[in-house]
Design a protein around this ligand. Sequence first.
Ligand code: IPM
Ligand code: MG
Length: 358
Amino acid sequence: MSKKVLILKGDYIGPEIVDEAVKVLKKVDQKFSLGIELEEGLLGGAAYDEVGEPCPEKTLEQGRQSDAILMGSVGGPKWDEVDRDLRPEKGLLKLRSGLELFGNLRPAILYPQLADASSLKPEIVAGLNILIVRELTGGIYFGEPRGIRVLENGEREGYNTYKYCESEIRRIGKVAFEAAMVRDKRVCSVDKANVLEATILWREIMEEVAKDYPEVTLSHMYVDNAAMQLVRAPKQFDVVVTGNMFGDILSDAAAMLTGSIGMLPSASLDKDGKGLYEPCHGSAPDIAGQGVANPLATILSVAMMLRYSLDAPEAADAIEVAVSKVLDMGLRTPDIYTEGTRKVGTSEMGDAVVQCFM
Ligand code: IPM
Ligand code: MG
C-alpha cells in the first residue's frame, strides 16, 4: 500500500536541508520497498510570496490527505514587515492547530561522537537521552483574548492569555506517560505552579493521569529550576512534559546539550499518530544559501516519521545507524565541527548518509 508524504520546504535553509532529507527518504523507500509517494506544498514565507498567506487552505487539505508531513523551517527577516497575522510563523501554527498536532516529541540524544561539540563538559552530557514532550496546540501560543490595544491613557498594551483545559492537559499527559513506559519510566512535569493558575491545574491533572501508570514515577519541577537543572545535571531527566511555551524554550536549551540544535529532530502527532516532522531549529537566515546548514536534524526527523507515522521501524533504525556512521567517519557540518574532524557542507553530509546504506 502506498504512503503519501507531503513535503513543505519552507524558507531560508528549509529547502537546502529538506532536499537532503528527501534524498535519504527516497533511498530507504527503495531499499525497504515502502511505496512512498511524495507531494510538495507551500508553507511559511514561501507560501506568502506565492499566494499571499502563510498556510493556504490547499496546504491544510494536502496535509489531511497525507500520511505524514516533512517540513524544513519557516520565517526570517524578509517578512518582518508583513502584517503579523500573515507572518510565516503563523502559517506553521495554523498547520499545527488545523491538523490538531498537539503532541510534540523532541528527543535530545547525545551522539557519543559529538560529546566534544557540546558546550557542557563531556562527562555531564555523555549518554544523554531526554525526551521533551511539548504541548503544541494550546497554552499562551493560542489563548484568546490576545492582541495589542490602546489603553485609555493612550499607551499601548500587548496581552496574551495562558490557558489550558483539563482535556488538553490530560491528552498530552498520556503521550508523555506512554512514552515513558518504553523508556526509563520517569516523567518530570514542568510548570510554574507557584505563580500561574493554568499550571496549578496542569499539575493536578498530571497527578491524575499518573494514577493510570503505576509503574511510572512522576515528579514536578518549576520551569526556572528545570532550565537550571538542564544545564547543571541534564541526565537526571527521562521524559519531560510541559506546555507550549515552556517546551519551546526548554527544547532549545536541551538541543545545545547535544552539540548543536542542528541535530534535534521532532515529531508533532495528532491523536491517531499522523504527524508533522521537522527539525527543532529555525530557518537560519544568516547561513541560508551557503550550503553549510546541518541537514541531520531533518534527516533524523525522517527517521521519526518512519517510526511513528509510516510503520517502518527498520527503515527508521537504518537512518539512525547511517547518521551514527557518518559521525564515526568524522564528517561534520560547521555547527558540530571540532578539531580533528572533517568539515563538510549540507549536500556532502546528505550524500554521506545515503552512501552509508550501501
Ligand atoms: C519551534 C519554533 C516555532 C515555535 C516557531 C517557528 C513558531 O521555535 O518549533 O520551536 O515557537 O513553536
Ligand atoms: Mg522553538
